[in-house]
Unconditional design. Structure first.
Length: 220
């Protein structure tokens, strides 16, 4: 669905069937394959084929148009919170889209919504303490907010090779307990930092990690 391909298909929809003219649309690397393109573009497209091709392209374009429209609406609604989004964006691994998703799920008033700092537990990143009569049973994490949990785990996997604390933590835990446990641990650390940034109004700094982990913020 590149630009050159769309130009050729739009020309065919308009009724142009000249292989040499159609093959002249592509640029960059496709220019070197002009002879192959001319061979592939030989043929006759009847009116029915042009209608079906146009219908297919319209169907493909519709979701993209909806995404653009929704992105504009999201940006409009999050405009009052740009300072918080930019603050979260300073966190390693968290891009603007992830920051928007975090704010959409937890809001900006996390200090009042989670007075006991149970945010990580609410998201579903804290293992359960399940023990009876001295027998330790399953310690799987709670289900929590599946949308935010999934986004944070994806972020955790993306920082696995980063040259920072989160990347080192991921690799250290992955070597002993596997990638899934490592991603959960890093996601927990990221959520801890997010809580700290939003409640204290501070930007991310490398020494913030030690502050967050030593005070055990967000522990459920």
């Amino acid at each position: 669905m590149g630009l050159s391909s769309r130009d050729m298909m739009n020309a065919m929809i308009e009724g142009d069937e000249n292989p040499a003219k159609l093959a002249a649309f592509p640029d960059r690397t496709l220019k070197k394959k002009k002879e192959e393109l001319e061979l592939a573009l030989r043929g006759n497209m009847i009116a029915h084929g042009r209608i079906m091709l146009k219908t297919t392209l319209t169907h493909v374009d519709f979701p993209n148009e909806q995404i653009v429209e929704l992105d504009m609406e999201v940006a409009k609604r999050l405009d009052p919170f740009q300072q918080d989004i930019e603050r979260l964006d300073t966190n390693p691994g968290i891009a603007k889209r992830t920051a928007e998703q975090i704010l959409a799920e937890i809001g900006t008033d996390v200090g009042s919504r989670f007075p006991s700092t149970h945010l990580c537990s609410w998201v579903g990143l804290v293992p359960r303490q399940n023990e009876r009569a001295g027998e330790r049973k399953s310690s799987k994490t709670r289900k929590g907010n599946k949308y935010l949990r999934s986004a944070l785990i994806e972020v955790a996997h993306s920082v696995c090779r980063s040259d920072n604390y989160l990347g080192a933590r991921y690799r250290r835990i992955a070597a002993r307990k596997g990638r899934h446990r490592a991603a959960l641990a890093v996601a927990y650390s990221i959520m801890t930092i997010v809580y700290h940034l939003l409640t204290r109004g501070e930007d991310y700094k490398d020494d913030l990690i030690n502050t967050c982990t030593s005070k055990r913020l967000c522990r459920g």
